[in-house]
Design a protein around this ligand. Structure first.
Ligand SMILES: [Zn+2]
Length: 205
């Protein structure tokens, strides 16, 4: 495993990948992948015309702060397999580095997921989607992170930790990412709960 140095300005997150660990267990994979599909068919997770993927979904490895997350550059794939969900073993916000294991890398946005899991042990799953209409409609209406912090950065992770302490956030179970256009992130005890927070907003459209 190579330990990378942080980039200047923390624009990009380092991800150290190890391929030693086993794949995501079926009992975590099945709900994670089926709700990922529900979000994918509604284009809440997907890929832009240039091929760049967006959105990701994760599930906590019970009793730990580790989690499995849909891998980077998988947004364009309609149906994922177990190999597409690396395990994020550790995040270091100050080093801007993620340590993960699996066959594909975790995205820089894993840092935001990690901030939510570590802020609240009750959280079992996190969903991050892109949708311009929802983002514009709920910006500063639902709990919203500062517009001055970019996605996938230590600043965003710190901002998420701050906002996770607010009673309104725990009540609504969703955060609008002010500095990440189109970005919303929801959470719940289960993947179903986290996904339904987002799908509930879509149905209100
Ligand atoms: Zn995003």
């Amino acid at each position: 495993m190579n330990k990378s140095q942080p980039h200047d300005g923390y624009i990009k997150c380092n991800c150290c990948l190890s391929t030693e660990k086993a794949a995501i267990p079926s009992e975590l994979f099945v709900p994670l992948n089926s709700w990922r599909e529900e979000l994918w068919i509604r284009c809440l997770i997907g890929a832009y015309p240039d091929g760049t993927g967006y959105g990701n979904i994760s599930i906590r490895l019970p009793q730990t702060n580790q989690f499995y997350i849909s891998g980077t550059a998988t947004g364009g794939i309609p149906e994922l397999d177990q190999i597409h969900y690396p395990l994020v073993e550790r995040c270091d916000i100050t080093l801007n580095t993620i340590w993960c294991s699996g066959l594909v890398k975790a995205s820089a946005e894993s840092m935001s997921h990690a901030a939510i899991y570590s802020a609240n042990p009750e959280v079992g799953a996190v969903v991050h989607i892109h949708n311009l209409q929802l983002w514009q409609k709920y910006l500063d209406i639902l709990p919203t992170t500062s517009k001055d912090v970019e996605y996938g950065t230590p600043a965003m992770a710190s901002e998420i930790s701050r906002i996770m302490a607010l009673p309104e956030t725990l009540n609504k179970k969703i955060i609008v990412m002010g500095g990440h256009k189109e970005g919303l992130i929801s959470f719940g005890k289960t993947v179903e709960e986290a996904a339904k927070v987002i799908l509930g907003l879509v149905e209100d459209e």
